[in-house]
Design a protein around this ligand. Structure first.
Ligand code: ADE
Length: 224
């Protein structure tokens, strides 16, 4: 999959995406990205890309002429996504949906946001990564890419079995995890996990997952 990233901070990429399994997948060519510096399309030599809001109010807005030229410079755009707290909130189901695309263009805004006409003109989909406000879309873009790349084939060790057993994929939150040593500071690993009895282990994990989901995220139970 290829991501076209439009930003005024191209140096922020690959950023966190250079490490771990996602970084290795980038090196292997499982996914790729290019950045377009929105400032290259500024209206003047000062590099202006934003202006005051019509109607008044605090905060600057990214100009449609600048963004339009930046978007038009991308040859194969695919679906265009703009990161914004007003967008639909990203979840694991949506991540699987977006994974069906070959190419996605990610528009990272700054300041108060972007001119609405750009969203309308290109039929841009707005995506939020949660109910809080970030200072720009770059971190959201990295969250978005990471969530998708780790589901691609040959990225996460253990294959699809590993990602299928995770929180949200199992219809709730994941059960507690334990590794060696079996006793640490007097805390014992639950006996059932040492029993080698696969049926009992599976039942215990399901029960733990159900209990923790009911307690922390009852909304996930209603959804399924
Ligand atoms: N830009 C600012 N806040 C954001 C959020 N919560 N999600 C995505 N992009 C954003």
């Amino acid at each position: 999959m290829h991501f076209n990233i439009l930003t005024i901070f191209p140096e922020m990429f690959p950023g966190t995406l250079s490490g771990g399994v996602v970084g290795r997948a980038l090196d292997k060519g499982i996914w790729s990205y290019t950045t377009t510096d929105i400032r290259d399309f500024a209206i003047n030599n000062y590099g202006s890309v934003d202006d005051e809001q019509f109607g008044g109010g605090a905060g600057m807005v990214m100009r449609p002429d600048v963004l339009g030229s930046a978007i038009d410079s991308v040859k194969n755009k695919g679906k265009i996504i703009y990161f914004s707290p007003r967008g639909k909130v990203l979840n694991q189901k949506l991540v699987h949906e977006y994974l069906k695309n070959d190419t996605i263009t990610l528009l990272c805004g700054r300041y108060e946001g972007i001119d609405q006409r750009v969203i309308d003109e290109y039929d841009i989909e707005e995506v939020s990564i949660g109910d809080y406000v970030l200072s720009g879309g770059e971190i959201a873009a990295q969250v978005f890419i990471d969530s998708m790349v780790r589901l691609m084939d040959n990225v996460v060790g253990g294959g699809t079995e590993t990602t299928e057993n995770e929180s949200f994929e199992i219809g709730g939150l994941e059960w507690p995890l334990y590794t060696r040593p079996s006793v640490w500071r007097g805390h014992q690993v639950p006996e059932v996990l040492l029993s080698g009895h696969h049926g009992n282990i599976e039942r215990w994990r399901k029960q733990q997952s159900d209990d923790i989901t009911k307690k922390r995220r009852p909304d996930l139970i209603k959804e399924n």
